[in-house]
Design a protein around this ligand. Structure first.
Ligand SMILES: Cc1ncc(COP(=O)(O)O)c(C=O)c1O
Length: 250
């Protein structure tokens, strides 16, 4: 991906670029850390004719997987107070703040309760994964189903207690809980990594497992798992969608 032009180059080329001020709402990954820094950055932006301040971003990645809705909601509330303080300070200093963007899959309900954000940024909700399934298990609305699967195949049925499938450490981004069989013949079976290329799936009681049989596995963490593949199969409408941004972040 090409980086955007520097503000000076943009000025020279008479470009117009809308920018956001990233606000650290407690994640500590990036962003201004105080209202003073935000106002100083807004003044800096105002010094470039090519730049327009569109608003602010405050993303709390560290809240997304907090188990239990009340605890997650309280964390969001504290962070949104920080974001609101920045928005207020910018407006008082005469800057327009139209877009207030942030939020992720885990905080959608809490973000909607707060009414601070004008745009939500959830991404994982499209697929969800074992990590989110566990963290949001007690949420009232079930907070989205899991739709992404790695489709593995049984390559050995020789052991009494497990069958071996052809999806191991290389098939998944592995942080988070272990992959788990999706609803179907293997629902309730346990999966354990069995090396780079293999996994062990406990035999479902009373079921004859065939060599070559498919075992669909819910992923530990969906985003970086998607990045390991060149395409995925959308089975309900039978389409294959190329991932244009595959490995683009490296
Ligand atoms: C800035 C920002 N917004 C939104 C998201 C989406 O989060 P999720 O996929 O958990 O919904 C991310 C994820 O890394 C992010 O970094």
């Amino acid at each position: 991906m090409r980086p955007p032009p520097s503000p000076r180059k943009a000025d020279r080329r008479h470009l117009q670029v809308s920018v956001l001020i990233d606000v650290d709402v407690g994640l500590m990954r990036a962003g201004v850390a105080s209202t003073g820094q935000a106002v100083a950055l807004a003044e800096h932006i105002a010094g470039y004719p090519s730049l327009t301040l569109a608003g602010v971003q405050g993303y709390g990645g560290h809240w997304q997987h907090i188990a239990g809705y009340p605890t997650r909601r309280d964390a969001v509330r504290a962070g949104m107070l920080r974001l609101t303080a920045v928005v207020t300070a910018l407006r008082e200093a005469g800057h327009r703040v139209e877009l207030v963007t942030g939020g992720g899959t885990g905080t959608v309900a809490a973000d909607l309760e707060r009414d601070v954000l004008t745009e939500l940024q959830p991404g994982s909700y499209v697929f969800k994964d074992a990590q989110y399934a566990d963290a949001l298990a007690d949420d009232a609305d079930g907070a989205f189903g899991t739709s992404l699967r790695v489709s593995s195949q049984v390559v050995s049925v020789n052991a009494a207690s497990i069958v071996t499938v052809d999806a191991g450490l290389k098939a998944f981004a592995t942080e988070g809980p272990a992959p788990r069989p999706a609803p179907g013949r293997f629902a309730g079976s346990a999966y354990a990594f069995f090396g780079d290329e293999h996994g062990a799936v406990s035999r479902p009681p009373g079921i004859e497992v065939r060599l070559g049989e498919r075992v669909e596995l819910v992923t530990p963490h969906c985003d970086p798992t998607v990045d390991r593949y060149d395409s995925y199969h959308v089975v309900s409408v039978t389409a294959i969608i190329a991932i244009d941004a595959a490995r683009a972040s490296r």
